[in-house]
Design a protein around this ligand. Structure first.
Ligand code: GLN
Length: 474
């Protein structure tokens, strides 16, 4: 099979009989095998994917109508459930658990003739920025195997980066699609909160969690989001807003008003090369006749505390269901009910997850509820209002995706506070619910990918994709 460039090109090749879908799947299975050291897939559905390829090929030969994602070979983060398959959230606590239903986003992929090739590693319960918090070992960055791929959807990004599949579904609660996309040099979107149904997504922080898409280019990304987005009777929080044909509408139709945040470019932690690459893009936009304006956002310092108070609170509540009774792991030496809960949870969860459950339980406890949880809710509202006000004035906010490029494995492992700083530029979109995308923006001196992030107002994914495509082709 020729190297994959886009879904459109793949579908054309299939229709012209240049290659069979089976040979396409075989190609990816071979890549997965050859690059096993990256530790991307926790399960590979080799037989199922090959059988599906043959089914779909028959459909093509018979001249039957083909799904929008016909032939797309896609990987799924290990937090999205599928009927009859194991799902683990990269945790020991779900050991042996099999789902009894398939989540909406995954079902919609299947219904549009995509082929699920396997389940991708991630940080345990999607908590982390490096993919090192997995009970199944870290995933390696394909650009440099001594570096992390980012997290928590690190493996979903590497799968696309290393050509192990064409696209991936990940999740983004605080940056978990955009940050690994930046570290791995691929495209990653976090749509508007409520754009995609969360039915079948193992919850981390329910008022933040979004399913997102990784791909090599903007058009594929748009096409996949178009399929998975939209109303769903199984998730009462999902929006009824209609889903535009994102991929058909990638043209920019006007000169833009673009804001960049002074505090992001002046941030002390920002690596010089990332600053330079971001400024260069802004200068280029100016040279093309767009209005580029510096704005101040004094709330930047409040983003991370707000995010970490609210998400740990929600996580402590969401994860209480993993108790040794209903799902997966139960400590074998438990001798009564209390010890079953305690031992199963102590042994089943990893360090970072336990840290967050304890933090979240603390901020929700009677004497601290108002001081932390209620206050953080109020700050969230202020940040959201200020951000939305800015987005009413400007078409887009442009900022770096991350303060640094991919860091060495182990560098932040024992320093959670340092690890949390990784999310400084990504959490704003989650705290406020607006959509944001990360696109590749060159490399640093060590050849490590740099990401550029674009935010826009809610439900403006069409505009976001059009602008991202324009920038990627510049
Ligand atoms: N790195 C962030 C965290 O650890 C984001 C996680 C996510 O988006 N799932 O919370």
């Amino acid at each position: 099979m020729e190297t994959y460039h886009s879904l459109k090109q793949l579908q054309l090749g299939l229709k012209q009989n240049k290659y069979s879908l089976k040979s396409v799947v075989e190609h990816y299975l071979k890549q997965i095998e050859e690059q096993k050291h990256l530790n991307v897939f926790l399960d590979v559905y080799a037989n199922e994917a090959l059988a599906e390829a043959e089914n779909l090929q028959k459909k093509l030969i018979a001249g039957k109508p083909l799904g929008k994602l016909f032939g797309l070979v896609i990987g799924i983060k290990d937090v999205l459930v599928q009927k009859g398959y194991q799902v683990r959230s990269a945790s020991k606590i779900l050991e042996g658990f099999e789902s009894q239903f398939t989540g909406t986003a995954v079902q919609r992929l299947i219904d549009e003739d995509a082929i699920i090739i396997g389940v991708e590693n991630c940080d345990e319960f999607a908590m982390g920025s490096s993919n090192e918090n997995s009970a199944f070992g870290p995933t390696l960055n394909a650009a440099d195997n001594s570096k992390v791929p980012g997290g928590s959807s690190g493996a979903s990004a590497v799968a696309v980066q290393a050509g192990l599949c064409m696209a991936s579904l990940g999740t983004d609660t605080g940056g978990s699609v955009r940050q690994p996309a930046a570290f791995c040099g691929v495209v990653g979107i976090k749509p508007t909160y409520s754009r995609v149904s969360r039915y079948g997504l193992i919850a981390f922080a329910s008022s933040f969690d979004c399913i997102g898409v990784f791909s090599k280019n903007v058009e594929d990304n748009a096409q996949i989001l178009e399929v998975i987005a939209g109303h769903d009777e199984f998730d009462s929080t999902v929006s009824n807003e209609s889903v535009p044909a994102y991929s058909k509408d990638l043209q920019l139709s006007k000169k833009l008003k673009i804001a960049y945040l002074k505090e992001t470019l002046e941030n002390e932690a920002l690596q010089t090369e990332i600053k330079e690459a971001t400024v260069a893009k802004l200068d280029w936009l100016r040279s093309q006749g767009h209005q580029v304006v510096e704005v101040t956002f004094p709330h930047l310092d409040y983003l991370l505390p707000t995010y970490y108070i609210l998400t740990t609170a929600e996580a402590s509540s969401n994860l209480s269901r993993f108790d040794g009774v209903r799902y997966g792991y139960r400590a074998p030496e438990a001798h009564n009910m209390e010890s079953m809960y305690k031992l199963s949870r102590s042994q089943g969860f990893g360090e970072e997850v336990k840290r967050r459950i304890m933090l979240g339980t603390f901020v929700l406890s009677a004497s601290y509820y108002d001081a932390y949880y209620t206050k953080a809710q109020k700050v969230r509202r202020i940040i959201r209002d200020e951000t939305r006000k800015m987005l009413a004035k400007y078409d887009f906010i442009v900022l770096p995706t991350t303060p640094t490029t991919a860091f060495p494995l182990g560098a932040n492992r024992d320093n959670p506070a340092e690890m949390y700083l990784e999310d400084v530029f990504t959490v704003q979109a989650n705290v406020t619910g607006v959509p944001a995308i990360s696109i590749p923006n060159g490399v640093d001196a060590k050849n490590l990918p740099i990401g550029l992030q674009i935010m826009t107002d809610v439900f403006k994914e069409s505009e976001l994709y059009a602008f991202a495509d324009y920038l990627m082709k510049s």
